[in-house]
Design a protein around this ligand. Structure first.
Ligand code: TYM
Length: 361
């Protein structure tokens, strides 16, 4: 049976190895699975759509110049990590107005209480509050200095899951490959899609999350109990896909460790389990094999090898990235094609929604 697969990343900072391992790696595995290879000529049956979700990024303030750059950077990273635009479509969310249109419609069926229970909103808004408290007195560069403390917690941030539901529902998506942190948003998407279908009639397909258990949550190198994140205030917490070799080595060397020196993945060793998962993902050597290989090894030797494996893994990605960024026409062509494809599909869904709801003439 043919399947539609949709996913996206916010161009809100530097893409890191957690984004790669939790999301992009899955996308590439799906793309390279035989099913897609065999049927790659039938794009309209088996679809892979990957979005750069810039409208999500602006739910917190983004410097406009930086945002523009990050959008292109994200698109080029999709390609340089291995997304093949002959098989998959890549587009920029804000270039397809159907996303915001459907968001409003979904807002009108979304219970306020359901949105209030979203953990990402609770986490992000409390982080913003804490930052605002510190920033108000000391730092004027953030673009929101001088306003009340909760001024930064916008309706957009609150409403974020409805925009994400629109992204997914517009394309009759079957599966959404993401990391663990997005699971609740996909459940929300299903709830809202189902509610709409019950109120108006069968319009939306209900998507399933695709989450790889082992790699669904890569943790910060500085705190193995907190997720590796683009917005981490500690720059040593995340290895970014475009970090240079020296920085990668420094970040791996400074990664925090558990008590005891055993090189083993175990529940009571969250830091070691995390870096073993990263090692496995970049080297292709299983955690089990790594545990055997480094059974009696010195911790420093293990870290040196891990740093080398990350550097080796990222070198071709970074080389390809530079080539793609130098070829503006190519990147524009991919994004134009992706946008046209996305609009052609989503506009049909919007039409269907309008008709069933009695909107317009
Ligand atoms: P974002 O931009 O925060 O993250 C992009 C993808 O990377 C995954 N991820 C991780 N996986 C493992 N370990 C981590 N530490 C880690 N950090 C991030 C995320 O789970 C995600 O898959 N709301 C989404 C973007 C979005 C979207 C969509 C995704 C908007 N619309 C529609 C799928 C479908 C987000 O903020 O992802």
């Amino acid at each position: 049976m043919s399947k539609a697969i949709f996913s996206g990343i916010q161009p809100s900072g530097n893409l890191h190895i957690g984004n790669y391992i939790g999301a992009i790696k899955q996308w590439i595995d799906l793309q390279n699975s035989s099913k897609f290879k065999v049927q790659s000529s039938k794009l309209d049956e088996n679809e892979l759509i990957f979005c750069i979700v810039d409208l999500h990024a602006i739910t917190v303030y983004q410097d406009p110049k930086v945002l523009k750059e990050k959008i292109l950077e994200t698109a080029a990273l999709y390609l340089s990590c291995g997304i093949d635009p002959k098989i998959a479509k890549i587009f920029i969310q804000s270039e397809n107005p159907d996303h915001t249109y459907l968001t409003w419609i979904l807002d009108c069926v979304t219970p306020f209480g359901l949105l209030s229970r979203m953990t990402q909103f609770k986490d992000k808004s409390s982080t913003l509050l804490r930052r605002a408290a510190g920033i108000a007195s000391s730092d004027a560069r953030q673009g929101f200095e001088g306003r009340g403390k909760d001024e930064n917690i916008t309706v957009g941030l609150f409403n974020y899951p409805a925009l994400m539901a629109a992204d997914i529902l517009l394309y009759d998506t079957d599966q959404v490959p993401v990391g663990e942190d997005q699971k609740q948003h996909i459940e929300f998407t299903r709830d809202i899609g189902e509610k709409f279908n019950k109120m108006y009639g069968q319009v939306f397909k209900l998507p399933e999350p695709l989450i790889q258990k082992e790699t669904a949550r890569i943790m910060s190198l500085q705190n193995p109990l907190s997720k590796m994140s683009k917005s981490d205030s500690n720059p040593l917490g995340a290895i970014n896909l475009l970090d240079n070799n020296d920085l990668i080595v420094e970040k791996v060397k400074k990664a925090v460790t558990d008590s005891g020196l055993e090189i083993i993945a175990r529940e009571d060793k969250p830091a070691m389990s995390n870096i073993l998962t990263i090692f496995e993902s970049v080297s292709g050597i299983s955690v089990f094999e790594l545990e055997q290989k480094y059974k009696n090894a010195k911790y420093s030797d293990f870290k040196n090898d891990l740093a080398e494996a990350v550097v080796e893994f990222l070198a071709p990605v970074q080389k390809k990235y530079t080539e793609i960024r130098e070829d503006k026409n190519y990147l524009n062509m991919v994004l134009d094609e992706g946008r046209d494809y996305a609009v052609a599909k989503s506009s049909k869904k919007v039409q269907q929604v309008k008709e069933i709801m009695g909107l317009g003439r």
